[in-house]
Every structure is written in C-alpha cells, then in structure tokens.
Design a protein around this ligand. Structure first.
Ligand SMILES: Cc1cc2nc3c(=O)[nH]c(=O)nc-3n(C[C@H](O)[C@H](O)[C@H](O)COP(=O)(O)O)c2cc1C
Length: 204
C-alpha cells in the first residue's frame, strides 16, 4: 500500500508587521496536506502576539489554528524548530523540501539572506533553499524603503528568491482585513503550485 507523501514547506516568521499574513498562509498550507516546518524568530513571535493575539509558542499549534479558524479542516501538520538551532534537519541541503517562505520578512532577515550570513535557522534555511535551487519566497514588509533595503531585495532576487511584497490588491474589493490576508496567502501559495482559491481572479 503506498503512503501519500506530504509536501514539506519551511515557513519562517520574522518580526516585520503583517503577522496575519503568516497566519493565513499557515492555515491554508494545513488545509492542503502540507507538512509545515515552522521557524519563528523572537521578534516574529512578539509581533504575532501583539498584532493578532495569537501565540506561536503553544504546545499544540494545529489545535490553536483550528480554534482560530473555526470550520477549517486540516490535513497538514506543523513541526517546529528553534531559530537558534542551526543543527536542525532543515539546516542541511540533504533534508529535501519543496521550498521555503518567509512571511512576513523583516529587513534584518532580508539583509542576512542577501549577504549569505546564515546566522539563524531562518537565514540558514533560506541560504540552503537558494543553493539547492529550491523555491524561496520572501514577503518583505517595510515602508518607506531605503537604498539598502532595495539593494538587498535585488541581491536576493538575483540569487533566485521570489519577492512577494506584502501589498494586497484592492481590485478584489476586500471587505475585511481577513480578505486582504487571504489575497496575500493566495499569491504566496500560487508560487508553490497550490491553487487555494482564496480570491476571485481579476476579470474585466
Ligand atoms: C511592533 C514591531 C513592528 C515592526 N515592524 C517591522 C517591519 O514592518 N519591517 C521590518 O523590517 N522590521 C520591523 N520591526 C523591526 C524588527 O522586528 C527588528 O528589526 C528585528 O530585529 C527583526 O528580527 P528578525 O528578522 O530576526 O525577526 C518591527 C518591530 C516591532 C517591535
């Protein structure tokens, strides 16, 4: 009997504003049978709690997502790592994954990736995704952007990262913040070939 192999996607959450984008992205991955390998920076956890009231530190995160998103049914799972644990499996290219998304991505973590620092597990996993030719999606959030930010975005894009700025569209006529977050989650998941149908495609 063949067992279905779940897709493995690494999700990094850093301390930029827009934590709700991470919540909607992880929720949707869980709805699509994805094994989520989750790494949260200290400020990622801090901003998440302060902006959404959601704690990424609890013991059963899938249950916490089920409580947050009542009615959603989950077929995926979450494996968590400390951002300080550079010996974790996801730190090595020999651990095969379908890629990584960092949502939201702070300018600090972007800088670390653009310069190849690999000093935290999030930076190292991103570095591994690039060197192995795997999908790396960065969802940067800052405004205004200075020239260092812009240069780092270009360096990351030149190295193969997909830059998906936290810039939801308004032609969908969003009725809530949740609609805006769904739009971003939908655009992120499309890059992993997951059609989550979170918003209607544009039609004239
Ligand atoms: C409430 C709050 C909001 C923040 N928003 C942003 C932001 O939108 N973009 C950004 O690049 N940094 C932002 N920061 C700063 C980062 O959290 C800080 O640079 C931190 O060192 C990032 O570390 P990390 O990438 O390891 O999470 C914010 C910090 C706080 C406390």
């Amino acid at each position: 009997m063949s067992e279905t192999v779940k897709r493995k996607i690494i999700v990094g959450v850093t301390g930029a504003s827009g934590a709700i984008y991470a919540l909607h992205t992880i929720r949707t991955l869980l709805q699509h049978e994805v094994e989520v390998h989750l790494i949260v920076s200290d400020y990622g956890a801090y901003v998440m709690e302060s902006e959404t009231g959601f704690s990424l530190k609890g013991s059963n995160l899938v249950d916490a997502f089920a409580e947050r998103f009542t009615g959603a049914s989950f077929t995926g799972e979450i494996l968590r790592y400390s951002n300080k644990d550079l010996a974790a499996s996801v730190s090595s290219g020999s651990f095969r994954t379908d890629g990584m998304v960092i949502v939201p991505c702070s300018m600090k973590t972007l800088a670390g990736i653009a310069q190849g620092i690999a000093g935290s597990l999030i930076e190292r996993s991103a570095d591994v995704a690039l060197k192995e030719g795997r999908r790396l999606v960065l969802v940067p959030r800052e405004t205004p952007l200075n020239k260092i930010h812009l240069k780092n975005l270009l360096a990351a894009a030149d190295a193969g990262a997909h830059i998906v700025p936290a810039m939801p569209a308004y032609y969908q006529k969003p009725k809530s913040i949740s609609d805006l977050a769904d739009f971003m989650a939908g655009r992120i998941l499309a890059l992993f070939n997951i059609d989550a149908k979170l918003f209607e495609p544009w039609q004239k």
